[in-house]
Design a binder for this molecule. Structure first.
Ligand SMILES: [Fe+2]
Length: 239
């Protein structure tokens, strides 16, 4: 074989190896970091408001990868499956939640619709470099309803830490004042006529990879480093 031909073959081989390696890396990344899903019909898995590693070290990329990429995705997919061909197929997500709440024959639909909503809301409640205390109108409302920020912090922490089993702790607006409430499983304050302002997911799937059974450490990290108070304040001003 002439040297020139050997060189061409070597470069082809090198190209194939490089391409194959590139494809493997891409496939591995797709498995590790699944992105949003745009469904042909029904609801989409929304894009995260930040990269999957943006909340580290408080919530790791791996934890978010499973929580968002597996759990949140599964709720959306199941919801779309259950809605197909029903009269609620074109309804807004909030209306699916309110219409199905409390009906034993629609419990699957309610659970998946509410979990889809709760998770989208939860991602928005956090941001890199968040946490600490809110300012302006929200700070005044917290002071009016809880006495001071530390009382709110204590009450929110207690609600999140003592919720038995799976569920959520929330800061809600109710009748002009603010309250901390707990909901079990997929339940959502919307069905009780309350306006959700902030939530923390305390299902084990939200924190177990990073914190194992230390739920209190996860709650503290959420409050001290992650809460997106600007998003919470925007929810307050929504009609
Ligand atoms: Fe979750």
């Amino acid at each position: 074989m002439r040297d020139e031909s050997r060189w061409v073959m070597m470069n082809r081989r090198q190209f194939l190896i490089t391409s194959l390696a590139g494809s493997l890396v891409a496939a591995t990344n797709m498995l590790r970091f699944p992105g949003p899903v745009y469904a042909a019909s029904g609801f989409d898995l929304p894009q995260l408001p930040y990269p999957q590693d943006a909340l580290a070290p408080h919530i790791s990329e791996r934890q978010i990868g499973f929580h968002y990429g597996k759990h949140h995705r599964a709720y959306i997919e199941k919801l779309n499956e259950l809605l197909k061909g029903t009269k609620l197929e074109k309804a807004r997500l909030e209306d699916v939640i309110k219409t199905s709440a409390g009906f034993p024959d629609m419990v699957g639909l309610f659970n998946n619709a509410a979990q889809a909503w709760n998770h989208t809301f939860y991602w928005k409640c956090m941001r890199p470099g968040g946490g600490g205390k809110p300012i302006s109108k929200l700070a005044k409302m917290i002071q009016a309803s809880f006495g001071n920020f530390n009382n709110f912090r204590e009450e929110f922490t207690k609600a999140a830490a003592t919720l038995f089993g799976s569920g959520w702790a929330w800061l809600v607006e109710n009748g002009g004042g603010l309250e901390v409430v707990q909901t079990s499983n997929a339940d959502n304050p919307l069905i009780y006529g309350q306006k959700p302002l902030l939530t923390i997911d305390v299902w084990e799937h939200a924190y177990y990879l990073d914190y194992q059974n230390a739920r209190k450490d996860y709650i503290a990290a959420f409050l001290d480093h992650l809460v997106n108070w600007e998003f919470v304040a925007k929810n307050l001003s929504k009609a």
